[in-house]
Design a protein around this ligand. Structure first.
Ligand SMILES: [Ca+2]
Length: 303
């Protein structure tokens, strides 16, 4: 019999336990949706699930992919302003404080982010791989890596192809291969100054169906009329998604800082009640294992 496996993140403190319970709620929702055709629920499958403690995946509050337009309409000056906007954002202590502040609501205070250049169909580069941002120094390190990421190409404009490129790179949450991070929320952030083909909306819809929580847009206005509306209709999607605009490339730093701040804040765990962690874990691994976990948790946390 094929066994379906969950990887349990480190359950080393109560914050992680809360995050895990929410993560499980998301995972079970996805699974129920995926198996809905044969009316299989997670509860019914409890007997064949096994838990595999994972040392590889780091639990974070948000996995954030930054997809940056380097198509032909973006000249060298504009490219530099655009890249500088992301560098400035992650060098800004205020942005780090928002990440760190996730701990105040039961989160880990950590995110993982990646920086991707895109242009035409099939033309993307993950210029900065998934990076853990768990301190201001780490945020500055991510900024430095972005600043060092040279423009790899130019060409046409296909943001949907970039969305298709990044979705499996979120890892197990979206049906891809483990990317080193486990999160409750996976968000794609697309910035650009031009519209793409009609297949863009299909790429967005497929990404959301794969498990992406939100796709947000940053439309750089000035070279194409109606771009904000196009981003709203073709890029924006998912829970709490939004489009922001920069009226010029020169406005980009402010716009990108506002956008990233909002995206991180939306990574906050909900304040509503969540399933009691050991009820969830008990369903997953069985009563005996839950009892051992509870004992270990109590010993660690002096409950
Ligand atoms: Ca992941």
């Amino acid at each position: 019999m094929t066994k379906l496996c969950f990887k349990l993140p480190e359950l080393s403190n109560s914050g992680n336990l809360e995050s895990f319970s929410r993560l499980f709620a998301k995972s079970s929702g996805n699974l129920t949706a995926k198996f809905s055709g044969v009316a299989i629920t997670l509860t019914a499958l409890a007997g064949v699930f096994v838990a595999i403690p994972s040392k590889a995946a780091t639990l974070v509050d948000l996995e954030l992919a930054l997809l940056v337009d380097v198509s032909g309409s973006v000249d060298t000056t504009e490219f530099n302003l655009q890249r500088a906007g992301y560098v400035n954002a992650f060098n800004n202590p205020a942005v780090w404080n928002v990440i760190d502040g996730l701990k105040n609501n039961g989160g880990t205070g950590k995110i993982a982010a990646t920086f991707v250049y895109w242009s035409t169909t099939g033309t993307q580069q993950q210029a900065v791989n998934w990076t853990l941002i768990d301190s201001f120094a780490a945020s500055q390190g991510f900024a430095s890596a972005i600043g060092a990421a040279a423009r790899p190409f130019t060409g046409g404009t296909n943001p949907g192809s970039a969305i298709n490129f990044i979705v499996p790179r979120f890892g197990t949450e979206t049906g891809g291969t483990e990317n080193g991070f486990t999160s409750l929320r996976q968000v794609i952030d697309v910035s650009g100054d031009g519209s793409g083909p009609s297949t863009t909306a299909t790429a967005r819809d497929n990404a959301l169906a794969s498990g992406i929580d939100a796709i947000n847009g940053l439309a750089i206005l000035g070279s194409e009329s109606g771009l904000e509306a196009w981003y709203n209709n073709n890029i924006k999607g998912g829970s709490n998604s939004f489009v922001k605009v920069a009226n010029t490339f020169g406005d980009f730093t402010t716009a990108v800082e506002d956008k990233i701040t909002l995206e991180i804040q939306q990574g906050q765990p909900p304040t509503t009640a969540v399933p009691e962690p050991f009820t969830v874990v008990g369903t997953l691994v069985g009563g005996a294992a839950a009892f051992r976990l509870r004992k270990r948790f109590k010993a660690t946390n002096k409950l």
